[in-house]
Design a binder for this molecule. Structure first.
Ligand SMILES: Nc1nc2c(ncn2[C@@H]2O[C@H](COP(=O)(O)OP(=O)(O)O)[C@@H](O)[C@H]2O)c(=O)[nH]1
Ligand SMILES: [Mg+2]
Length: 452
């Protein structure tokens, strides 16, 4: 059985936006910041699994409820019932010109099961809104007021609640189609459950499905962030000389930006948002990279090569190539493979081949500060997407890195330094169960949660 919910209210209160948020789709209808965008009645079904559970019916906004309600007060209508009056106004052709939009709504009233009356809390409960409620009440159907724009700083919630209570409308739902909270949606379904006892179980299942979907999305984005950070921390670029050329630096920066772009895309897909919903400024990594001398003991150690192991045995060479391959970009690894392959044939030692071929070269990698910036802005992005309604019109621009609390920085630096040394983790399909990864996941958890 499908229940039909009629979404009504004054123009521009967020009716179409509410539907977009409920179905998680910004393609539905037209949303604009001016009145009269929705001119027709439009319907879309909200599914439980693949079965329609709720039909959401979008309507044009009321424009002149005061005059229409005056028609109800006219002498000839004094002794007709409310429902009869609704029939009469639909038959009265003299009203069509003045109340075109209202009549479209009234036509739907007799067909729906529940009316969701959307209120823009930024507006006081003026007479025109109260007349809209009076007209809707004539249908003798349950009305659920949706207090929209509820996260707007200056709102008239108190006055509205009083007016609604005077009309016996106690079961309202606070909502915000731009700053979205799952708890608000849960409250809406709970209210519907109380009005539709025969649909109780399905609505319960729908709420559960929504919650599980949200948890899964959040968990997946956090994993994507852990992978991004490991990939960024372990990306290194071998340069031709001691000082990287501009081309080498640019190529390195591009590879990091590409990793971040792929992360953003993955998050947008998970949350069913569009590319244009996020417009982060380019990652400020210029001068956030550091150069390493290839034969610095720490550099070699970071690749797992002990400087003590000079014996050119097949095992050491094999392990060396693998470790270097994992630590360097693909192109570099191939070059090294060729170099060492050639060296083997001539019987020269692994270390001396490397030393001869690679001395005077340098390596580019990200500084911990840059990794902290990526960590911080990505965690903020996840928090934002988690609460972004599908009616949001403005692209998310990201947070400035200057807002990172200084208390968070020191221990993150240590963590990222250690991660940079785990080049064997780059581009692996599943993150290992390792203390460093657990610490990283914990940091991600804390950063995302602190913004919820
Ligand atoms: N901040 C905020 N903006 C909203 C909210 N609901 C709708 N809007 C914006 O208000 C404008 C009108 O929304 P729309 O859904 O077209 O209203 P409708 O005419 O009632 O269908 C759009 O610019 C929406 O992005 C809300 O809860 N909070
Ligand atoms: Mg609309």
């Amino acid at each position: 059985m499908t229940t039909s919910l009629l979404i009504v209210g004054h123009a521009n209160t967020g009716k179409t936006s509410l539907i977009r948020t409920l179905i998680r789709d910004h393609e539905f209808g037209d949303v604009q910041n001016y009145s009269g965008t929705t001119r027709h009645v439009e319907k879309i079904s909200l599914l439980l699994g693949d079965q329609p559970l709720l039909d959401l019916i979008d309507t044009p906004g009321f424009e002149d409820s005061i005059s229409l309600w005056q028609n109800r007060q006219r002498h000839e209508h004094q002794h007709v019932s409310n429902e009869k009056w609704l029939e009469l106004v639909q038959q009265d052709s003299s009203l069509i010109a003045d109340f075109e939009q209202e009549l479209k709504v009234i036509k739907q009233l007799s067909r729906c099961d529940i009316i969701l009356y959307v209120i823009d809390l930024r507006q006081a409960p003026l007479g025109k809104y109260l007349d809209e409620l009076s007209i809707l009440a004539c249908a003798n159907k349950p009305i659920v007021p949706i207090l929209n724009f509820s996260r707007n700083a200056s709102n008239h919630e108190k006055e509205w609640k009083r007016c609604l209570a005077e009309r016996q409308l106690h079961a309202y739902v606070r909502y915000d189609t731009v700053a979205f909270y799952l708890a608000d949606e849960r409250k809406l379904y709970q209210t519907l459950q109380s009005l539709l006892p025969e649909q109780y179980d399905q609505l319960q299942a729908l709420t559960k499905q929504r919650e599980q979907d949200a948890e899964l999305r959040l968990a997946n984005t956090k994993t994507a962030l852990a992978e991004l950070l490991i990939n960024c921390a372990t990306t290194q670029q071998l340069c031709q000389s001691n000082t990287p050329t501009a081309n080498e630096s640019n190529a390195f920066e591009d590879s990091i930006r590409e990793l971040e772009n792929r992360f953003v895309e993955r998050c947008l897909n998970l949350y069913a948002f569009r590319k244009e919903d996020v417009a982060l400024e380019a990652l400020p990594i210029h001068q956030g990279q550091w150069q390493q001398d290839l034969f610095d003991a720490d550099t070699l150690k970071s690749w797992g090569i002990s400087t003590g192991s000079s014996a050119a045995t097949g095992a050491v060479i094999g392990a060396g190539i693998d470790i270097l391959s994992a630590g360097l970009t693909l192109g570099t690894a191939t070059t090294l493979g060729a170099l060492i392959g050639a060296g083997l044939q001539t019987g020269r030692s692994f270390k001396s081949i490397l030393f001869n071929k690679l001395r005077n070269r340098s390596v580019l990698a990200l500084k911990p500060e840059s990794l902290i910036t990526i960590f911080w802005r990505s965690a903020k992005l996840i928090s934002h997407l988690h609460h972004r309604g599908h009616a949001s019109q403005e692209a998310y621009q990201g947070e400035s890195a200057s807002k990172i609390p200084s208390t968070d920085i020191a221990h993150l630096e240590v963590l990222f330094q250690k991660l940079s040394q785990r080049s064997e983790w780059q581009s692996i399909s599943q993150l290992p169960d390792h203390a460093l990864i657990r610490k990283l996941n914990q940091e991600i958890e804390t950063a995302v949660e602190s913004n919820q």
